[in-house]
Ligand binder design. Sequence first.
Ligand code: AMP
Length: 733
Amino acid sequence: MRYFLLIALSTHSFGHNFLSPLATLRSAHSTLSHAFTRRRPYPTIQMEETLRKALAEKQSAVDSQGNAVRALKAAKATKADVDAAIEALNGLKLEKASIEKQLQAAVSGGDGSLSREAFRQTVNNTLERRLFYIPSFKIYRGVAGLYDYGPPGCAVKSNVLGFWRQHFVLEENMLEVDCPCVTPEVVLKASGHVDKFTDLMVKDEKTGTCYRADHLLKDFCNEKLQKDLSITAEKAAELKHVLAVLDDLSSEELGAKIKEYGITAPDTKNPLSDPYPFNLMFQTSIGPSGLSPGYMRPETAQGIFVNFKDLYYYNGNKLPFAAAQIGQAFRNEISPRQGLLRVREFTLAEIEHFVDPENKSHPKFSEVANLEFLMFPREEQMSGHSAKKIPLGEAVSRGIVNNETLGYFIGRVYLFLTRLGIDEDRLRFRQHLANEMAHYAADCWDAEIESSYGWIECVGIADRSAYDLRAHTDKSGVALVAQEKFSEPREVEKLVINPVKKELGLAFKGNQRMVVEALEAMNEKEALEMKATLESKGETEFLVCTLGKNVTITKSMVTISKEIKKEHQRVFTPSVIEPSFGIGRIIYCLYEHSFYTRPSKAGDEQLNVFRFPPLVAPIKCTVFPLVQNQQYEEVAIVISQSLTTAGISHKIDITGTSIGKRYARTDELGVPFAITVDSTSSVTIRERDSKDQIRVDVEQAATVIKEVTDGRTTWADVWSTFPHQSSASADDE
Ligand code: AMP
């Protein structure tokens, strides 16, 4: 997905007037203060972009001062003038070098923070070591783009999906369905996937290794823009333009650019083939004959569309309503990179909200209208600005977001993601540029989350108009439509096309039926154009697709008129608003946003912590006897049983390991609370991030944990209610 991240700086070409990028970075550091150091392990993309922009501007100042020096010399100016100009040029060069250094430090982590890559490595090492995920089929050296979720990963996923059902399906009374992954070809032919679900691919001409052509071009342009500090302003503008139109490039244009820039295979530097389309669907055949082609579904949405008629009936023939589905989707990605973010099989959670195209208001919009978060409208992207906070109500009333229902879902997605623990400052809603949107779509926004890989599209929220239901109506012959019954019959003007069969029969004999059907299938615009031509010229050429040729239609062969008719109902194809959630991507970003390290008590190592909210945490609580002692173990078992009865996932650890080590182990799994049994009447409860501890009676322990993990109370409330326990006694990590 493409984006523009240039940030408006109040700058002039010369240094004295603009905000020093270092100052920008410093002030950003100080305003974000605690939050930044704890939550942002590396400089944000925005900070990096600020420096990049400052560098580009300084470069152009150097260029124009260089020209000025040359002009003075050519004009044989006085030595004093030339020297002064050269001194100014040297000053600018020094300033440029200083910005370069800052940028280098920000990118590589030289400013004291971790570099993105180092941070990612630390998170991924922890995730893999603690079995949040495992590369699939690892003992056979794995398969790119396929991953297993291990025990804590499964628990996190199940919590995220549980919350998704609660937040969307339950809250909005959605109709949940569960359809097969194996899908017959006809369904995906109708949806357009068989013909168009392709990426352009190039092959290493010697080894046959495949790459996504647009990714290679994108990487080349980004690398040049970011690392080659010697490129001219014109070249930089050209590369930016290529990035902006990347999605629009035809196979030929993409191939030409790859040749022009001399792009070779990244691994071997061998020449590349011309780009050609590769369909991302996994093909299969249904049944033993091999005659019934099918595919593993690339999305779950089609299962809902094909069931529209029954779901509409189930809903009492009323609109609006939404159907939802959670399930696996399969895409044979050409060269999956970016670890868990681009995989070949993943869980999608999709909502199809069906609505009357003439009324896209939403009764609950007022509940989200006051939310304010980062939005990145099309115009801001085109003019090189960055995302900014806009109240959602204003975005809809100003027409930035196409309609209330779309706006409502944007707001609900924001609440969903932030309640899961996504950092709201690293979440933005980016509107699709005109060239990214399908021609039928009314408006599309992506919820993008900033991770160490950059901004990642995690949820797509699109108003797809009536496209999908129409496509399946056309292919299946089953009308996927809704009706609005009028309380009083209404007079409506209707276009009536009457083919004169006798005349058509004489003219077209055996082909008469095909011509009649084609005439009747004309839309209003086509019919009115034909009527006008017949009236002015007496005949017209008309394409009959089923015959594969044009035929001549004369005035006597068809009557086209507008008539007033009484109607008792309106029949229409509903529009669909589709929020589509990549669950794996959300979870991965959540891992990055939740991860931090803190020094051990002795200060000799960094300990890893996942700051998961209780809602997401794979295990809510651990129970440890402080020392190995039968009485304490019995108390631990009693508490464990109460936790089980209360439905709280927990882990009991009666190994003799030091309590500090046990805390460190569970912090690394993101367990928010730990109960330590250090007496037979009362126990301590420790909160993971603050390491604060309270003392509660044994009988109260499970209830306190239940209340705080269910969100019925907060740790702050618990902290102010119960006696505090000095952490030194137990927390010796
Ligand atoms: P799309 O239908 O392409 O808009 O994809 C819907 C959602 O699926 C996206 O917003 C992503 O979160 C997710 N997604 C798409 N492709 C992949 C992939 N290869 N691996 C993981 N998630 C994906």
